[in-house]
Structures are given as C-alpha cells and as structure tokens.
Write a protein that binds this ligand. Structure first.
Ligand code: 5GP
Ligand code: ZN
Length: 138
C-alpha cells in the first residue's frame, strides 16, 4: 500500500467503494464520476503507478477481468459498444496514479458526453524507420 494513494485506501477499506467484482489480484469498482451508467474501473490490489510498473502476471490477468466485466455490462445494459482503456501519465489523461483499467458502456450518438478519439494524421512515409526506432527499445 502506498501512502496518499486514493486507490490503495479503497483497497484497504479506508475509503468506501461500490465493488462489482473481486478476486485475489483485483477489485473492480464503480467509477465515482462515471462517463456512463455502469462505468467500472479495475484496480490491481498491489500498487503500481502505471503500466510500466505493473508486474507481467497482473498485466496478463487484468485483460481477462476486463473481458468478464465488459460481457457483464453488455448483457446488463445492452449497450452498443464498450471502451476498455487505460491511461499512463498526465499527458494521456491519467489523474489517479495507481494503475486502473476503465470499462465504459457506449451508445450510438453518446459523443456529447464521451469523446475518446484522435485526429488521424497522414500515413508516415518512413514506416520502416519507425519500426526500427521502436524495436531498438523492445
Ligand atoms: P484516470 O483519469 O486516472 O484514468 O481515471 C481516474 C478515475 O478514477 C476517474 O474516472 C475518477 O472518476 C475515478 N475516481 C477518482 N477518485 C475516485 C474514488 O475515490 N472512488 C472511485 N470509485 N473512483 C474514483
Ligand atoms: Zn495505490
């Protein structure tokens, strides 16, 4: 547990949360300021600030939990789509620095309240160079 981490406090039971799913490694709770009804966030029980710090075992297991929640939300709300997303660093929109995965029900035409997107740029002319620069750090 990390001092001053709001999600560690939730996991320790010091701050209440509405839990929809829990296992040995994760707790999935309702987001307190949801993008939509049924917006769930999945928290690993061990503190990791972001994906870079998340142990491989948790990293591989968290998507299985996201799948379980996504299917449940689809069946519950008959939503048209689901976003599964995860932010790393302030620039990406991360506001709580304990890794979490969002599972958000989506509906056709809901873009007045939810806007996850980007302006596609031109196809790069140097794809091979990009591949090489990334591969150098893998
Ligand atoms: P981020 O922007 O870091 O990806 O997402 C943080 C999310 O945590 C936000 O959607 C925010 O509403 C949610 N959140 C922040 N504080 C609390 C809290 O105390 N309880 C719950 N359930 N959600 C929280
Ligand atoms: Zn934490």
């Amino acid at each position: 547990m990390k001092e001053d981490c709001i999600f560690c406090k939730i996991l320790a039971g010091e701050i209440p949360s509405a839990t929809v799913y829990e296992d040995d490694s994760f707790k999935a709770i309702l987001d307190v300021n949801p993008a939509a009804r049924g917006h769930v966030i999945i928290l690993p029980k061990t503190h990791a600030a972001n994906l870079y710090e998340l142990p491989d075992e948790e990293a591989s297991k968290i998507m299985v939990v996201a799948k379980k929640i996504a299917i449940a939300l689809k069946e519950t709300y008959h939503c048209d789509g689901i976003n599964v997303l995860q932010n790393n660093g302030e620039a990406s929109g991360q506001t709580v620095f304990h890794l979490h995965v969002h599972v958000i029900p989506r509906y056709t035409g809901d873009t007045d309240t939810i806007n996850i997107g980007w302006k596609p740029q031109e196809t790069p002319s140097d794809m091979a160079a990009i591949v090489e620069e990334i591969k150098a750090n893998l």
